[in-house]
Design a protein around this ligand. Structure first.
Ligand SMILES: [Zn+2]
Length: 506
């Protein structure tokens, strides 16, 4: 008799339903797994064998054939242990309800304990979408699984608990109030605050605009100007995550094995500071066993590249596509996977190799040629994708001593950011986007209209500064955000002139 148990396989940050078929034939005792398993899945036979025996059940005496269907999807990870064990137990005549609407996910240890697996949220979400109504998962994964609405989640500690559930001792359903959880765990405690940054009004305003519209920003300034500190302060003015954003992010961290079982939902926007020595696979994603890279881990948050010019040219160039599309495609031997990568790029750099070009106290020791070569490391097409470029001058010794430290605290700036984001969320509710930075060319025409005078002015500026079409669009998006911070319905002349100020030519 062939028995079945339903499970799922991860595909990128999504998943698809997998049927585990088990058959036992009268030949020498062995276990054979077919259907494109990776090495972790192949090793399941050893774990399942011991787990079944040590849970007090008998193991088949013939040849056990396990087929994972459909066969064309690569099966990775250890979540197949439990469904394989369930299939074998059913085959042995153990009384487990034979229902095609029940799913099983989990790794087994040799003594029959269920172990936490990665990617539970996308796996359960995929099962729910394919009509599964109940799912059994390791106890440690239960809260994360319960984030999926409309499916019954049962967390079990041991394999035997699941068998007992169908005979005499039903397991408790795990339920979580996701909206309340998100609200209760919202980010309110920040290490860096703008109130500790003296002066730098222009750079602070630029960061506020960037946060309000999700724009990319590059800060250029001498060492000691505070640009790195201000980049760190940015985290304290970002708006809270919307529920859908939180779920997207949780899927990414779940697949990456970076989710803690006591914190099933990502409730904070990520802030990923990447060093220029990081590998391309680490930043972009990929490798022999593909994993999301930093740009995906920064989804819906910030990717901070300090000393941006020091990054290998190739890495910076590979960033262009995700910056444009909001996703990254990782090619593999047989197929390719897409990961989301809608992040705010925040870059910092020195104005020249010695760092003091334009400084009011120290003299720059670089030649014109050295400066040119240094800046050319950032290509035009990459700079085209950066909405705000701002100079951050170092304060003079006199200013440092005498300037009053009465800077606006981050909590006040954040209020304006949140308000501007709400305006955008409402305006784009039917467009499937959240912020001005996500506007496509088509949507820019719809939402960034200018009056005649402003339009003429911008056209003249575009000719004068030889702005590319991409830059032109970015100025409009930026102007839209500046208007939103002010609560203005239409983009005004002053919004466009202000947006143009952030196009400092490097
Ligand atoms: Zn210099």
């Amino acid at each position: 008799m062939v028995t079945k148990a339903i499970t799922a396989a991860a595909v990128g940050i999504n998943s698809c339903k997998i049927e585990v078929e088990v058959d036992v034939t009268n030949s020498l005792p062995s276990v054979c797994i077919v259907g494109l398993p990776d090495s972790a899945v192949s090793e399941a036979k050893e774990r399942v064998h011991s787990a079944i025996k040590n849970s007090g059940f008998s193991f088949p005496t013939g040849k056990v054939i396990v087929n994972l269907a459909p066969a064309d999807i690569r099966k990775e990870g250890t979540n197949f242990d439990l469904p394989i064990a369930i299939g074998i137990l059913k085959e042995q005549g153990i009384d487990i309800k034979d229902d095609i609407h029940i799913g099983y996910l989990g790794e087994l240890s040799l003594d029959g304990t269920l172990r936490k697996v990665n990617g539970i949220l996308p796996l359960v979400s995929g099962l729910k979408n394919s009509g599964i109504t109940s799912v059994f998962v390791p106890e440690e994964n239960a809260k994360e699984a319960a984030l999926v609405e409309g499916i019954n989640v049962y967390g079990a500690k041991y394999l035997a608990d699941i068998v007992n559930h169908f005979t005499d001792t039903p397991l408790q359903k795990t339920v979580i109030d996701i909206n309340k959880y998100l609200e209760d765990n919202a980010n309110t405690d920040f290490t860096y605050d703008f109130k500790d940054v003296k002066g730098q009004q222009k750079a602070k305003k630029a960061l506020e605009i960037a946060a309000a519209g999700g724009h990319n920003i590059l800060m250029s300034g001498s060492p000691g100007s505070g640009k790195t500190l201000m980049a760190k302060c940015l985290a304290s003015i970002l708006p809270p995550l919307e529920l859908q954003e939180a779920l997207e992010l949780t899927k990414i961290y779940s697949i990456s094995g970076m989710l803690r079982s006591d914190k099933p939902l990502m409730t904070k926007r990520p802030y990923r500071a990447v060093h220029h020595t990081a590998s391309q696979n680490g930043i972009i994603g990929g490798g022999s066993n593909p994993k999301p890279g930093e740009i995906t881990l920064a989804h819906r948050g910030v990717l901070f590249l300090d000393e941006m010019v020091e990054f290998p040219r190739q890495v910076l160039e590979v960033l262009r596509q995700p910056l444009e599309d909001g996703e990254v495609v990782i090619s593999r031997a047989k197929n390719s996977i897409k990961y989301p990568a809608k992040f705010m790029l925040v870059g910092a750099m020195n104005p020249c190799p010695c760092g003091f070009l334009g400084d009011r106290e120290k003299e720059c020791s670089c030649s014109e040629f050295q400066i040119q070569r240094y800046r050319s490391k950032l290509s035009g097409p990459l700079l085209d994708r950066i909405d705000l470029v701002v100079n951050v001058p170092r304060l003079t010794t006199d200013e440092l001593i005498n300037m009053k430290s009465d800077s606006e605290p981050s909590s006040e700036i954040r209020k304006r950011v949140v308000k501007a984001r709400k305006i955008q969320a409402l305006r784009y509710a039917k467009e499937g986007i959240y912020t001005n930075s996500e506007l496509s060319s088509k949507l820019i025409k719809k939402y960034c209209q200018l009056d005649e005078k402003t339009s003429e002015f911008l056209k003249t500026a575009a000719q004068k500064y030889q702005l590319s079409g991409r830059k032109f669009d970015r100025i409009l998006k930026l102007a839209r955000t500046i208007a939103d911070i002010d609560g203005a319905d239409n983009i005004r002349f002053e919004d466009v002139t202000q947006a143009l100020q952030y196009r400092v030519e490097l």
